[in-house]
Design a protein around this ligand. Structure first.
Ligand SMILES: [Zn+2]
Length: 446
């Protein structure tokens, strides 16, 4: 590409490339000026055959209009020029034998079938494994163990099994059915929702899900442990230092300091925030446990109703169903979760570590009950989290966008578009100070 090519008397793409070569740039020698659609197709065919002779991988060619004048006339869309287009090669395919189907369990518990293949050369690499996507795919394509199959690799995408060659069957091929047990933990397997394709391990304590479980445990809505991020979690789990979420509370400096990117100072900071999290409010602990179907909103309801992990753990179906906002699925999930032996073990470990397990249920006044708030801009005395927490404690609701149902917009410094929207809808707009006064007057019952 030459800036202002006219200055050098260049009128064409090909002239620009020659010019660049002359002044010492390395220009790919394989370009060609061709004429007409036939010329393009012939060039494309030529490189389809020669692609493997290159020292690098290509997935197609790019065609450009040569004349700069025409390029200018064609112009460009918001995304790309109208005078250049990629002409891709079809994905490379190979034929091989599918020796076995193994199952990988992902960090969210999804079971993915993987084809173990007779090694085969494909797009410049040796392919031994290929994706089978999911068990519906295996069934729909009628892929069997022992089949001769077509595998395909397009660009950088992982290789996949396209289809079996049915004519090659000799009758010894084995059909595979979806597993009824998790290959990692032996736990039950199923779909989260009917319409989902993916099968999952349903055991909340499956070791394959531990990393994700720890991320949830440490997250802001849960125990809010600063410094316990993804990279560190990976190390702790991979090295076997942490085997369940409760192990977090038994970490020592000796466990942490040898880890990557972890000095004595960082280790001390982490241990301090772990220590601090022991006093997290009950609803955060309930969120942290990662009970299936129980998010932070439901956790709040449960914390308020039961006041302790012990009470919640012994709650019956009927008791749970009598609570507003708790449906059949959540109730069953809670009862099942607390009936698992591993749950009892984890709770006991947390208790021994000194994690706070209960909270006085005070009949706190709810002066903001029924009122809906939206916040915009930066506040002086609260972080966004703190003000939301305070409004909820006082019985109010917080929503992220302004609507006709919004009662108050709390306005901070540098407000966003919510401010204009509130003005348009005639929503009451109050400052931080006015919010405090509102709370005060509501407390007095005004
Ligand atoms: Zn499992």
């Amino acid at each position: 590409y030459v800036v202002n090519p006219g200055r050098y008397g260049l009128r064409k793409q090909s002239e620009a490339l020659e010019f660049l070569k002359e002044i010492g740039f390395k220009v790919n020698p394989n370009y060609e000026v061709v004429e007409g659609v036939d010329g393009i197709v012939n060039y494309w065919r030529k490189w389809l055959n020669l692609r493997n002779s290159l020292e690098y991988n290509i997935d197609g060619i790019v065609i450009k209009v040569n004349d700069f004048e025409y390029q200018k006339m064609l112009g460009e869309t918001a995304k790309s020029p109208r005078w250049a287009i990629a002409f891709k090669f079809p994905a490379e395919q190979a034929r091989t034998v599918l020796k076995d189907i193994t199952i990988q369990v992902g960090r969210t518990g999804v079971l993915t079938p993987v084809a173990e293949l007779e090694p085969v050369q494909l797009a410049g690499t040796t392919v031994k494994r290929a994706s089978l996507h999911n068990f519906d795919y295996i069934r729909d394509k009628d892929i069997r163990i022992g089949d001769t199959v077509i595998v395909e690799k397009a660009g950088d995408i992982i290789p996949q099994v396209v289809k079996p060659i049915v004519e090659y069957r000799d009758g010894d091929e084995k059909e595979v059915s979806p597993p009824d047990k998790c290959p990692v933990c032996g736990g039950p397997v199923g779909k989260l929702k009917e319409e989902e394709v993916a099968l999952r391990c349903l055991n909340p304590h499956c070791p394959a899900k531990l990393k994700r479980a720890l991320e949830v445990f440490a997250s802001r809505d849960a125990m809010d442990i600063d410094g316990l991020g993804e990279k560190l979690i990976d190390q702790l789990v991979d090295l076997g230092i942490v085997k369940d979420v409760a192990d977090i509370y038994y970490l020592t400096p000796f466990d942490l300091i040898p880890l990557e990117r972890m000095g004595p100072k960082a280790a001390a900071n982490l241990l301090e925030s772990i220590e601090k999290s022991k006093n997290a409010p009950l609803h955060k602990l309930i969120t942290a446990l990662g009970i299936p179907m129980v998010g932070s909103k439901t956790a709040r309801i449960l914390a308020e109703r039961f006041g302790s992990i012990g009470r919640l753990a012994s709650a019956t179906m009927d008791e749970l169903l009598s609570i507003e906002g708790i449906g059949e699925e959540i109730a069953r999930s809670v009862v099942e979760y607390f009936s698992l032996p591993k749950t009892k073990e984890i709770i006991e470990k947390l208790r021994r570590a000194g994690v706070k397990m209960e909270e006085k249920i005070e009949k706190k006044p709810k002066p903001l009950k029924g009122l809906k708030f939206v916040i915009t801009g930066t506040l002086k005395n609260y972080t966004r989290n703190e003000i939301e927490e305070r409004i909820r404690e006082l019985g109010g609701e917080v929503s992220s966008s302004v609507s006709k149902k919004t009662d108050y917009l709390i306005l901070g410094e540098n407000p966003g578009s919510k401010y204009q929207k509130a003005l348009n809808l005639g929503v009451k707009i109050i400052s931080e100070e006015e919010f405090e006064k509102l709370v005060e007057s509501k407390m007095k019952g005004e």
